[in-house]
Design a protein around this ligand. Structure first.
Ligand SMILES: [Zn+2]
Length: 197
């Protein structure tokens, strides 16, 4: 695809990104975490893998210049631009129904894992395994052996951009987390703007 769309709060969307295209994700309101996945367009068994990327990145967190690799170690995305303070996460699993039940939710709760499965279904793919996402704008520092999730430090209008290094399917989920400070102390999931050029 090419063009722009608004990724609505709490929802996911999957779309094709051709090799050489640029994907830009703008944190319109500043505090929204965006879970991001990539799959090879011709074989979704090959997907962007945070653990394989970390082996080759030599950085403790994803930064501009990171080449994201697949579970077969081939290049998938090049992190080419970041106007935010540069705080993103690549360690934490996507939220899911179990996570919200552990936080006290008794009802069905929107979640990034189901957003991925639903978005992929909408373009004709069935996903059973949820890879670890690239959690854009998520503030989950690794400090002296401890982990935590703090409110994002990104600001309204901050954006990140990636260039596709293969023909890909991208899935984005505007994280529905409203039971922790993942999306800010206001705990209100927000829309984000997406542009493909
Ligand atoms: Zn989430």
């Amino acid at each position: 695809m090419a063009g722009t769309f608004i990724l609505r709060a709490r929802t996911g969307r999957a779309f094709h990104l051709r090799r050489g295209a640029t994907l830009r994700i703008t944190n319109t309101f500043g505090s929204q975490v965006v879970d991001t996945w990539a799959f090879k367009a011709d074989d979704i068994a090959e997907f962007m893998s945070m653990e394989h990327t970390r082996v080759h990145s030599s950085t403790a967190s994803p930064v501009k210049g990171t080449i994201f690799r697949s579970n077969r170690r081939s290049p998938m995305l090049d992190f080419v631009e970041d106007t935010s303070p540069g705080v993103h996460d690549w360690f934490f699993a996507a939220c899911d129904q179990s996570r919200y039940e552990m936080l006290g939710s008794e009802a069905a709760h929107d979640n990034c894992s189901d957003n991925l499965k639903q978005a992929m279904r909408e373009i004709g793919h069935s996903i059973t395994h949820v890879p670890c996402p690239l959690n854009l704008f998520e503030n989950a520092p690794l400090l002296a052996g401890d982990t935590a999730i703090h409110p994002p430090v990104s600001r309204p209008g901050d954006f990140v951009a990636f260039t596709a290094l293969a023909d890909l399917i991208i899935c984005l989920s505007a994280c529905p987390q409203d039971m922790a400070d993942t999306n800010g102390t206001g705990r209100e999931p927000r829309d984000v703007d997406v542009e493909v050029t």
